[in-house]
Each structure stands twice: as structure tokens, then as C-alpha cells.
Design a protein around this ligand. Structure first.
Ligand code: 13P
Length: 245
């Protein structure tokens, strides 16, 4: 199974989302074994959900809170995300780790809450450039994945996004992706047992229609988590087409 997830981050207004979905749906045809998902900003989740209903395109949240409800001003619960049309939720994106203080301590209850709600968590992991340069990449990833020993939920997906490759145009080499994805696969088996073999592991970081085919050939790469290129419906369609080959 392959997945191409469009992470819109904090981009697009309603008219942009409507135009995107119109272009996407004019050409999109579901293909067996290829999951298409869009993660819009919160206010656009109901808009996109309504527009893609019945098309096979899934909608994910970019984050959600671990608590079911209550006095958490500015937050959105897993149930609210689901109620708005989401079937999955990105958790631990490096931008949330960097700007919102997301840590393993906050992510463990979120992974559990998502699974309890029936939202598929997509746990994002990745090292900074300083960590890679210091040869700490695998250690950092081991630490980020470790919460899955306490939350061995299924279904779940993992996205490997080296921080230095996000939005920089600097894609990881196939050798780097191969090393890390093989490592994550092994870690998942250790942490989760047999179900760990089924967890899709996506790559993210400057994915484009030009480099995606090469990336998909790397063992244990089950798709892409795409930022910049996913804002253009023509490019997103091209990525879906590449994933279906
Ligand atoms: P870019 O594709 O813009 O590098 O972003 C990757 C990413 O962070 C997706 O979550």
C-alpha cells in the first residue's frame, strides 16, 4: 500500500481549497493500493471533506489535542477532527516540535487518543542537520519512535522527515533514505512486534514529481508526506500517478 499525503501546513484560504479540489477531482481516479490524503488547516477541513466526499480522497488533521474536551483554549480534539471529516491525524511534525514544544511526553497521549477515537495517527520523526552532522540520526529516531512501545496502536503510519530536507529543496539521498527506513522498520518490529511489519513508512522533505519515483524505489518507502509540491493540484496529481506505477 502506498500513501501520498498533502500537508498544506498554514497555507490556502477557502477559495484556494475549492480551486484545488475542483482541479484534483476533475482528474483523480482512485487506484487500488494508493491512498490519497489531504491535511488542510483546521478551518478548511470541513470544506475539503465536503468537496472530496465520495471521491476516495481522505482528509487528515495536521495536529489535534490529547484530551477529549474541556478548557483548552485554541485546541481541537480528536473527536472534533473526526467529526469534521478526518480519518487520520499528523502527530509530531517537526514544525510542531520546533514551534509548539511538541515532545514525546505530549505525543504519547496524542497517539493513544487518536487511536482510541479511530483516527489513524501518522507519527512524524526526523533529525536536524546538527544531529545528522553529529552522527546522532539513528539515536534521535530511536528516541522519537520509543513512544510506540507504550502505544502499540494499529493502524498507524510513520513519516520520516529529515528536518534539513523540509522546505529546503535539499532532498535526502536514496542511500540516506534507505538507511533510515530500514532502521525504522527494525525499530517498529522491536517496539510493536509482528504488526510493526505492516506499518507504512513515508518519506517527507522536498518531495517533487521529479524525485518521487526514485524515492519510491527505496525499500520500506511506502509513499510521501509532501509540503510545498502538494499545494499545486497538478503536482499532487502527478505524485499520485507516480505512486500508482
Ligand atoms: P516540503 O515538501 O515542503 O519539503 O515539506 C515536507 C513536509 O514537512 C511535509 O510534512
Amino acid at each position: 500500500m502506498r500513501m501520498v499525503v498533502a500537508n498544506w501546513k498554514m497555507n490556502h484560504l477557502r477559495r484556494d481549497a475549492e480551486a484545488f479540489c475542483a482541479t484534483l477531482l476533475a482528474s483523480y481516479r482512485p487506484v487500488d493500493g494508493v491512498v490519497a490524503a489531504i491535511a488542510p488547516p483546521f478551518p478548511l477541513i470541513p470544506v475539503v471533506s465536503r468537496l472530496v466526499a465520495g471521491s476516495g480522497v481522505r482528509v487528515y488533521a495536521q495536529n489535534a489535542h490529547a484530551e477529549a474536551k474541556g478548557a483548552y483554549t485554541g485546541e481541537v480534539s480528536m473527536a472534533m477532527a473526526m467529526d469534521a471529516g478526518c480519518t487520520g491525524v499528523l502527530l509530531g511534525h517537526s514544525e510542531r516540535r520546533q514551534y509548539n514544544g511538541e515532545t514525546e511526553a505530549t505525543l504519547l497521549p496524542k497517539v493513544k487518543a487518536a487511536a482510541a477515537q479511530g483516527l489513524m495517527p501518522m507519527l512524524c520523526v526526523g533529525e536536524t542537520l546538527a544531529q545528522r552532522d553529529a552522527n546522532e540520526t539513528l539515536e534521535v529516531l530511536r528516541g522519537q519512535l520509543a513512544i510506540l512501545a507504550q502505544a502499540p496502536v494499529s493502524p498507524i503510519a510513520v513519516a520520516y522527515e529529515p528536518v534539513w530536507a523540509i522546505g529546503t529543496g535539499r532532498v535526502a539521498t536514496v542511500e540516506q533514505i534507505a538507511e533510515v527506513h530500514a532502521f525504522i522498520r527494525k525499530e517498529l518490529a522491536t517496539l510493536m512486534g509482528a504488526p510493526g511489519a505492516q506499518v507504512p513508512i513515508l518519506y517527507g522533505g522536498s518531495v517533487t514529481p521529479e524525485n518521487f519515483a526514485e524515492i519510491l524505489k527505496v525499500p520500506h518507502v511506502a509513499g510521501g508526506l509532501v509540503g510545498g509540491a502538494s499545494l499545486d493540484p497538478a503536482k499532487y496529481l502527478k505524485l499520485l500517478e507516480i505512486a500508482s506505477l
